[in-house]
Design a binder for this molecule. Structure first.
Ligand code: GLN
Length: 210
């Protein structure tokens, strides 16, 4: 493995770093364009405030290397604001950032009262018998097959988005109350929730296996 670059211009980047420490995976904070060196083989886009992150991506010069990384089909994991940065389109905001994820994403989708809540759901779309099922407390195999289900994943939402429309390139991995909150598209993972704020390392393990 190479190093995971964690976008660290704003938001919950430290929590992702702590998660990778638990897994013994090397990481590097991306604060300036020169931080994105050849050692980086995957990228995490953390939660936070997507408009602010978008501006700082431009002013730091980190936008271009990350966009090239994504365009090359390399692994990227966006949580919450990170999902917003990845989306092809936002349905309540004119901004588009990386535009790589075939989905229309709605910011602050739950309104003020319901903005922050917890739930539990499976991560993984497969219902087939061949799916590898990983229960809470178990580890994701590092040669993880595409057909994998992380059972009963704890979902933490903080003024998060949901996916209003899923395009054909993306696969729904998690839904809560009929709203899509987890997607996968090739080596792109995107969650409206925050696995880095839980004790559950399975989605990070899955990301490291890509
Ligand atoms: N509400 C934030 C936004 O729209 C996302 C919230 C989060 O990342 N926790 O950018």
């Amino acid at each position: 493995h190479g190093v995971t670059g964690i976008l660290a211009v704003q938001g919950a980047f430290a929590e992702h770093a702590a998660m990778l420490d638990r897994l013994g995976a090397p990481w590097k904070l991306l604060r300036a364009a020169e931080d994105f060196d050849d050692s980086i083989d995957r990228v995490i886009l953390p939660g936070g405030e997507s408009t602010t992150q978008g501006k700082l991506l431009r002013s730091t010069g980190l936008f271009e290397p990350i966009a090239e990384h994504i365009a090359a089909g390399k692994p990227v994991f966006g949580t919450c604001a990170g999902m917003i940065l990845l989306a092809r389109k936002l349905d309540n905001d004119d901004n588009v950032y990386f535009g790589a994820l075939d989905a229309v994403v709605r910011r602050n989708a739950y309104g003020r009262q319901l903005g922050s809540f917890a739930a539990t759901a499976n991560f993984g779309s497969s219902s087939g018998d061949s799916a590898v099922v990983v229960a809470p407390g178990e580890h994701v195999p590092q040669d993880a097959p595409a057909d994998i289900v992380l059972k009963d994943f704890p979902l933490v939402f903080i003024r998060g988005p949901f996916v209003a429309e899923v395009g054909p390139a993306a696969t729904v991995e998690t839904s809560v109350d009929g709203n899509v909150v987890g997607l996968r598209q090739g080596k792109i993972l995107a969650t409206a929730f925050h696995p880095e704020l839980t004790d559950d390392t399975r989605i990070h393990e899955l990301f490291l296996s890509l």
